[in-house]
Design a protein around this ligand. Structure first.
Ligand SMILES: NC(=O)c1ccc[n+]([C@@H]2O[C@H](COP(=O)([O-])OP(=O)(O)OC[C@H]3O[C@@H](n4cnc5c(N)ncnc54)[C@H](OP(=O)(O)O)[C@@H]3O)[C@@H](O)[C@H]2O)c1
Length: 248
């Protein structure tokens, strides 16, 4: 159990796999009450049952973050069940990669809808509750690609640079409400994320890179727990971490 995590109500989008799932498990083990959101209902329901059976408190709410009413329903369900929302982790994301000249315009739209607009919908759903509570914490997931851009990563990087810009703007605006904001930018972490690269050339490159470099998803969960567990007057604004062996 962790003193400043225990009892907190934490909403996590993209909780059905990878980073979101790992964060939910660690936070629930440290005494948080978690609300799990993702589209794959079977996965989040199974996880909620497992966490509850282990003595934790968890609910699962099927959520597509591109639909703002569904994101609102997720946060409302957390408040109805647990009475408040202390932390909103905007984690759901995709990483399609391809050269711009391939004009995969539908993928560009989808990446922006999930990675950027999905995060904004998370802010819209939780911010009014946090303002009323005069406390809260947003954790927004960016990436090393939110700090660096390369060929094939322009659209993904644009969304992840955007996550950082939005988070910094949010940080400055929510001072009167005692709300903390944290950007977490992981390097290569072993998850299902490379599966979202549909371009065959980029996909082969990304899968090879992840097979050689990626570290376990617990690394992310520990960064989340570090930020949340700080005393209330300490706001960890930005965490950038990579596998020790990762160069880019
Ligand atoms: N792994 C890395 O190396 C890495 C590095 C930097 C940043 N990140 C970021 O970390 C975040 C999590 O990714 P991950 O690595 O854990 O990949 P992942 O295993 O593929 O997980 C992605 C999560 O996002 C959810 N998701 C995708 N589209 C969604 C939608 N429309 N509505 C709701 N949920 C949606 C997925 O759930 P459903 O499919 O069930 O909806 C899944 O739970 C992403 O924002 C990613 O950009 C990851």
């Amino acid at each position: 159990m962790n003193e400043n995590i225990q009892g907190k109500v934490i909403v996590i989008t993209g909780a059905s796999s990878g980073l979101g799932e790992a964060a939910a498990r660690l936070l629930a083990a440290q005494g948080a009450r978690v609300a799990l959101g993702a589209r794959r209902q079977d996965r989040i329901q199974a996880q909620a049952r497992e966490l509850t059976a282990a003595g934790g408190k968890a609910i699962a709410v099927t959520t597509d973050v591109t639909d703002r009413t569904q994101v609102q329903r997720l946060v409302d369900a957390a408040v109805e069940t647990f009475g408040r929302v202390d932390v909103m982790i905007n984690n759901a994301g995709l990483m399609p990669q391809s050269l711009l000249e391939r004009l995969r315009i539908d993928e560009w739209d989808r990446t922006i809808d999930v990675n950027l607009k999905g995060m904004l919908y998370g802010i819209a759903a939780a911010l009014p509750y946090m303002q009323r509570q005069k406390s809260g914490h947003f954790i927004n997931v960016s990436s090393v690609a939110g700090h660096k851009v390369g060929p094939g990563t322009a659209v993904y990087a644009a969304t992840k640079f955007g996550v950082r810009a939005l988070s910094e703007g949010l940080r400055q605006e929510v001072k009167p409400y005692n709300i903390r904001t944290t950007i977490i930018s992981p390097g290569a972490v072993a998850t299902e994320l490379p599966d979202s690269v549909s371009d065959p050339d980029a996909g082969a490159r990304v899968r090879k890179f992840y097979a050689e470099q990626a570290i376990p998803a617990d690394s992310f969960a520990r960064a989340v727990a570090f930020a949340i567990s700080q005393p209330d007057d300490v706001d960890i604004n930005e965490i950038l971490f990579r596998p020790t062996r990762q160069e880019v």
